[in-house]
Design a protein around this ligand. Structure first.
Ligand SMILES: *[C@@H]1O[C@H](CO)[C@@H](O)[C@H](O)[C@H]1NC(C)=O
Ligand SMILES: *[C@@H]1O[C@H](CO)[C@@H](O)[C@H](O)[C@H]1NC(C)=O
Ligand SMILES: *[C@@H]1O[C@H](CO)[C@@H](O)[C@H](O)[C@H]1NC(C)=O
Length: 179
């Protein structure tokens, strides 16, 4: 009688995640609340007090785990200098996840954003890779203190703030199983 072994095996088989089922799932990379901003603040005409830019987005993939992605750039004297060359940033996973999400943004190479995620399923490790063009619509506001007197550290001399419209993007990654 073969029925008993089958009944014993069935719950075990159902409880194990199948890599094949997992692979059939929707691997879309969702990049939401994607935005860029920068601030340049001069305390005197020749002293740059604050120079920073942030590029960020919330990452999710229905087949794996979500993450928060933030890249910082600093030390530039104008907005065009931030993120001038692609650098790899590691995102912060949300919840207990095995794997990591990284991104690189080539702001001057056509705005190409590449995102990679690794995750585990059924004892296998998968790598998803996607690239997408990020076309930001930004504006910069300049402010100069009309009452600035030298030297007057209590008053900023000028400020330039750049902000961009928030984007939501979805990209289909190329998924491969790693050895
Ligand atoms: C995956 O999800 C995206 C966004 O939710 C959807 O547009 C797309 O059609 C889905 N693909 C499949 C194969 O279900
Ligand atoms: C969107 O991103 C900005 C900048 O990182 C953040 O301040 C804001 O809280 C985010 N909004 C949501 C709804 O997550
Ligand atoms: C500059 O000084 C004038 C006169 O005291 C004052 O009315 C004005 O608000 C000041 N402007 C700023 C930006 O502080």
């Amino acid at each position: 009688m073969n029925l008993l072994p089958v009944l014993l095996l069935a719950p075990l088989a159902l409880s194990l995640p199948s890599p094949h089922l997992h692979r059939a799932q929707n691997h879309t990379f969702h990049l939401s609340n994607l935005t860029y901003s920068s601030t340049l603040l001069y305390s005197t005409p020749s002293h740059l007090a604050v120079s920073s830019a942030t590029f960020s987005f919330a990452f999710s993939n229905p087949a794996a785990y979500p993450a928060q992605c933030i890249g910082h750039s600093s030390g530039q004297t104008n907005d065009a200098g931030f993120f001038a060359w692609p650098q790899i940033f590691t995102c912060t996973n949300e919840g207990a996840a095995v794997g990591h999400v990284t991104f690189a943004w080539d702001r001057y190479g056509g705005g190409v954003l590449s995102v990679k995620q690794t995750w585990e399923c059924g004892g296998d490790t998968y790598l998803g890779t996607a690239t997408t063009d990020v076309r930001l619509r930004c504006r910069t506001t300049f402010w100069q203190n009309p009452n600035f007197t030298w030297p007057d550290p209590g008053w900023p001399y000028s400020a330039a703030d750049t902000t961009c419209d928030v984007l939501d993007l979805s990209v289909e990654p190329r998924v491969e199983r790693l050895e």
